[in-house]
Design a protein around this ligand. Structure first.
Ligand code: SAH
Length: 259
């Protein structure tokens, strides 16, 4: 069956693509990529004779028509997405159009910006005894969010929350989290362009989030991580040490020592 590759490019640093994704990129005859968010340095790995197309100015049908045409001509086609294709990648609508033409898709995962952002600040998003859950979501702007997924409801879990596509919606974020009982001093980290040379890190609190975003002029390509796991001083707090490494804890690979 004819097939198109949907490849996660990773968050920006060209070295953060998977080995599998890179091989596909290097072998593809046709490459379509989101030029606003995928690093050109990565696309430069394509073979010189490859047809490389930017998709930022294209609409869905236009893009699908090109992919269908090239696959039917026997070409190897790769669609390169930023981060991991499964998060806000709009891949389902592309796949639906391709399926109608009996073209299959193979998705190659990528490093999502949420994990590049956490890495940039050396954060663990799940701290034992503090939170064991990470919610990946977005604040509601022009794109509606389903009724049962309102930020204030999600925030009632008091776990770590990662907000995509929300840099201009910080007033709303603060309001929603507050109404879920989040305190003003809850730590928030904003990572703009994680893993790019011009990466910017802003550590703040719920109270100062909006003001600090304005001050730093951050309006796009930013990941907002909120919750006590983002406390910059977390390393100093012994009670959050994982039970997994605690001497009294027995698990499958190691017998615990009782104290
Ligand atoms: N599929 C992508 C997300 C695409 S939606 C992924 O897995 O990362 C685009 C949003 O992702 C941006 O608004 C921003 O919130 C986030 N984003 C993408 N690249 C980023 C980066 N390098 N640093 C911080 N946030 C990024």
């Amino acid at each position: 069956m004819r097939k198109i590759y949907i490849v996660g490019a990773g968050p920006g640093d060209p070295d953060l693509i998977t080995v599998k994704g890179l091989k596909i990129l290097q072998n593809a005859d046709v490459i379509l990529y989101t030029d606003s968010l995928v690093n050109d340095e990565l696309i430069a790995q394509a073979k010189p004779e490859a047809e490389v197309l930017k998709t930022a100015g294209m609409h869905l049908e236009e893009m699908a028509a090109i992919m269908i045409d090239r696959v039917n001509a026997g070409k190897m086609v790769a669609r390169i997405h930023t981060g991991d294709p499964s998060m806000y990648g709009a891949i389902m609508e592309q796949m639906a159009l391709l399926k109608k033409e009996n073209i299959a898709c193979e998705v190659i995962p990528g490093v999502s910006s949420v994990f590049a952002a956490a890495a940039a600040i050396g954060a663990e998003l799940t701290i034992p005894d503090l939170t064991q859950t990470l919610i990946l979501t977005r604040a509601e702007g022009r794109t509606p969010v389903p009724e049962f997924e309102k930020l204030r409801d999600l925030a009632s879990h008091h776990c770590t929350i990662a907000l995509f596509l929300s840099a201009t919606l910080t007033k709303k974020i603060v309001k929603e989290l507050r109404s879920a009982g989040w305190k003003n001093d809850t730590p928030v980290a904003v990572i703009q362009k994680a893993s790019w040379p011009d990466q910017k890190i802003v550590r703040t609190t719920l109270e100062h989030l909006d003001e600090d975003m304005q001050k730093n002029g951050i309006r796009k390509t930013a990941m907002i991580l909120a919750g006590w796991a983002l406390d910059p001083n977390i390393h100093d707090q012994d009670e959050f040490r994982s039970k997994l490494y605690d001497v009294s804890f027995t698990h499958g690979y190691r017998k615990g020592v009782s104290q």
